[in-house]
Design a protein around this ligand. Sequence first.
Ligand SMILES: N[C@@H](CCC(=O)N[C@@H](CS)C(=O)NCC(=O)O)C(=O)O
Length: 233
Amino acid sequence: MAGGDELVLLGTWPSPFVTRVELALGLKGLSYEYVSQDLRNKSELLLSANPVHKKIPVLIHNGRPVCESSVIVQYIEEAFPGDGAALLPADPHDRAVARFWAAYVDDKFVTAWVPTFRGKTEEEKAEGMKQLMAAVETLEGALNDISKGKPFFGGDTVDVVDVALGGMISWVKATEVLAGSKIFDAEKTPLLAAWVERFAELDAAKKVLPDVDGVVEFAKKRIAEAAAAASAN
Ligand SMILES: N[C@@H](CCC(=O)N[C@@H](CS)C(=O)NCC(=O)O)C(=O)O
């Protein structure tokens, strides 16, 4: 536990949103208890900790739950400012810019990515992929602008934008396998393609990024289950 603080993470493998929180906790050097959740049979603990969305991740800090991965990552920085790497810049404007791009990752990148493998028709999947590639191109520009030639969105060290996108890396690589096309393409978005490799080499990332082959198998199973359920209806 972190200096007398009790941190409990409710999660499920291989949720990219849980990975974000694990990345943030690892980067801050905070220890925590991981309580795995069965999303098909939600625990009383999860239902009472996140009564609105009933989703993981939830971080329970000294008995008080915090929900939504991006909110949790920012909370971790604000609750433990002196520990490990700073995940938000000190300057208020830089901080606002980092929050903007972390929100962009959720609003545009994640929203487009979901239908690339969960889309009910080939058209839905193709539209998701088109919008995902547009978001990737925009993020390439953002990386160029806000990193100012440094290795990460946060500059020399990672920040909330790196964590928001970094948590998605294994799933994006799995999606490349499933869709048969590159998403972080070294030819089209060279900065992001290099960023992915650099981020994945961080100790905190190596510890928690789910194995890509495992994610591919997990996703195939879920896709098959969804298809079977749809044909039964
Ligand atoms: N926007 C949420 C997304 C969390 C989310 O979608 N969690 C999924 C697992 S990856 C979940 O708990 N699903 C259970 C459900 O929808 O009932 C976040 O960033 O925390």
